[in-house]
Design a protein around this ligand. Structure first.
Ligand code: TRP
Length: 320
């Protein structure tokens, strides 16, 4: 029998269908958007504070250190738009700098999560009385459509290295659609993680406290909670691999034994071989050439790149 909890999940038929498709495929996969339920979002917050996970703090450092230069390059009288803004916690740095250059400013945070946007509104409203915040609840497609209705000179922020979670050809497709909504003088600020030694990358995706493992396994826990599945979490292990030729981190859940799993809500019987993997995420790590190339293919020109001294993370300004 379906409980209301299950209904919440299955109610989004498209999601249930994606789970079914992924678990029927060879090799098996699960959609990465399953990571971010309440528990997963909390675990991800913890990941961003891990000593091994340098991404979030390095990008924040770059924005803090170069906010002045970034806004200088982007041009005068800007309206800020942020794709996938979340609670916009890293954006404050840019807003603070922006309000030193212009007395009033507009900020359009775009995100799928209404609760994250509410939090952004509260924080920003308190911190910046002269900022007008117009939140837009939308996914990528809806968000990009909303972009074209925003007037004034825009700086579109796409930070947090989310671009790395798309296949490069999908990244180009998204950026091209963003580009189509922009006019001469507008700019894009893109945050992306650089390709680097696996000595740095592997621990970032497999930390010593096991938080990343718990985050990855939460997908299976979710299928247990919401689809009544009987995944034995102790018989799957978190695996993070560096694929050098494709320049990406690959994340898997690996079965440690031959085992059967039943997913009642999907009426699915699954079987796993020992060491069989479920693919859950790719995280592309960009070289300068790759950044140059996705921007060029989507109709932008790279104007400037800012990075930390070790060149672990890059923030790129692109013009139309
Ligand atoms: N997608 C983000 C990234 O590539 C978040 C993330 C961090 C992640 N650790 C992870 C996703 C482990 C899946 C598994 O950095």
């Amino acid at each position: 029998m379906a409980t209301s909890k299950q209904l919440q999940f299955i109610a989004t038929d498209a999601m249930a269908l994606e789970v079914r498709e992924g678990l029927s495929a060879t090799p098996k996969r699960l959609p990465a958007k399953l990571f971010y339920d309440e528990i997963g979002s909390e675990l991800f917050e913890q990941i961003t504070e891990l000593p091994e996970y340098y991404l979030t703090r390095t990008e924040r450092y770059i924005l803090e250190r170069f906010a002045g230069e970034i806004l200088q390059q982007a041009g005068p009288s800007l309206t800020l738009v942020e794709l996938g803004a979340g609670t916009a916690s890293k954006t404050c740095v840019l807003i603070e700098e922006l309000l030193q250059r212009q007395s009033r400013a507009l900020f359009y945070p775009i995100d799928v999560s209404p609760s994250a946007l509410e939090e952004a509104m509260r924080q920003l409203g308190r911190q910046f009385p002269s900022l007008r915040v117009n939140p837009i609840v939308a996914d990528y497609t809806g968000g990009v459509a909303a972009l074209s209705r925003i007037s004034g000179r825009k700086l579109v922020l796409y930070i947090g290295s989310s671009i790395g979670n798309f296949e490069p050809q999908d990244a180009v497709r998204i950026l091209r659609r963003v580009r189509q909504t922009l006019r001469a003088g507008d700019a894009l600020l893109l945050g992306a993680d650089f390709a680097k030694s696996p000595k740095i990358l592997l621990p970032a995706y497999d930390d010593s406290q096991g938080i990343t493992a718990a985050f990855n396994k939460n997908i299976l826990a979710r299928l247990n909670r919401e689809l009544d599945a009987d995944f034995d979490l102790d018989r799957f292990r978190h695996v993070a691999l560096w694929n050098r030729s494709d320049s990406r981190m690959e994340i898997y859940l690996e079965s440690t034994a031959a085992q059967a799993v039943f997913v009642p809500a999907l009426d699915m019987d699954l079987s796993f071989e020992p060491r069989e993997r479920i693919h859950t995420e790719n995280s592309y790590k960009y070289t300068d050439e790759m950044i140059e190339s996705i921007l060029r293919l989507s109709g932008f020109t790279l104007a400037q790149t800012w990075c930390d001294r070790k060149r672990w993370f890059g923030v790129h300004l692109a013009r139309v």
